[in-house]
Design a protein around this ligand. Structure first.
Ligand code: G3P
Ligand code: MG
Length: 238
């Protein structure tokens, strides 16, 4: 009797991933809303409104780079310097950051990858003092990371969309890791571009208010980290 063949039902593998890099703000932590709130307040003082086309240009970048975008794009450069903008928002942000909460699906995904021995790290445009404020209640999640690269790291000469931060993050894993075997998770257009510039695959989990034109470069776009299917990337299934 002929042997019965079981039909192949698994989706094709998109890439063979061995290492994972996570963005932080807006991806692991629900902190982008704090930047939005504070920037709305500052612009409100000048009778202007903060919109998502400006947000898209600012998010993911180093503080000073995003501050330059803010004053130029809002036409406030005659009345406010990028440094002045950072100073004005700092006190408000320092109050908000310690209340940061995890985004949906973070705990489940990171615990799963950690339990299966997948090396992971964080690459965030945030500088060290802000990183500490934001993560102070999330030690368990961040302790599962092999390392963290922040925007003020000396190897990060330029912020996202430069590939600097992701290439520095890749170099700090054990051994030599081919960028093609690295999967980046990002929420920001500049971060997706940085990952592609580094030769890596990228899953984007964008805020639904971002215009769809910003989603084109990502290899996969998900509504939530909870929707991630590790099997599609050659990673151990849940
Ligand atoms: O999204 P991240 O973690 O690179 O952080 C960037 C800024 O701090 C916020 O947009
Ligand atoms: Mg981000």
């Amino acid at each position: 009797m002929a042997e019965e063949r079981v039909p192949e039902i698994s989706p094709p593998i998109r890439a063979t991933i061995t290492h994972v890099i996570f963005d932080m703000d807006g991806l692991l932590l629900d902190t982008e809303k704090f930047y939005t709130e504070v920037q709305e307040k500052i612009l409100g003082r000048f009778g202007k409104t903060f919109d998502w086309s400006l947000k898209a240009k600012m998010m993911g970048k180093k503080a000073i780079e995003s501050a330059r975008v803010f004053v130029e794009e809002t036409g406030l450069s005659d009345v406010m310097t990028p440094e002045g903008f950072l100073e004005e928002r700092e006190e408000m942000l320092q109050q908000l950051f310690p209340t940061a909460e995890l985004m949906p699906g973070v705990k489940q995904l990171i615990s799963h990858l950690h339990a299966n021995g997948i090396p992971m790290c964080v690459a965030t445009g945030s500088h060290t003092p802000h990183f500490k404020l934001k993560t102070q209640n999330h030690g368990e999640i961040f302790s599962m990371m092999h390392h963290v690269v922040t925007g003020d790291d000396p190897e990060v000469k330029k912020g996202k969309p430069s590939p600097d931060i992701f290439l520095a993050a890749a170099r700090r894993f054990e051994g030599t890791v081919d960028p093609r075997n690295i999967l980046v998770f990002e929420d920001a257009p500049s971060g997706v571009a940085a990952a592609k510039n580094a030769g890596m695959s990228v899953v984007m989990v964008p805020d639904p208010r971002l215009d769809v034109s910003h989603l084109k470069e990502a290899d996969q776009v998900l509504c939530s980290l909870s929707d991630f299917m590790p099997m599609e990337w050659g990673l151990p299934t849940f």
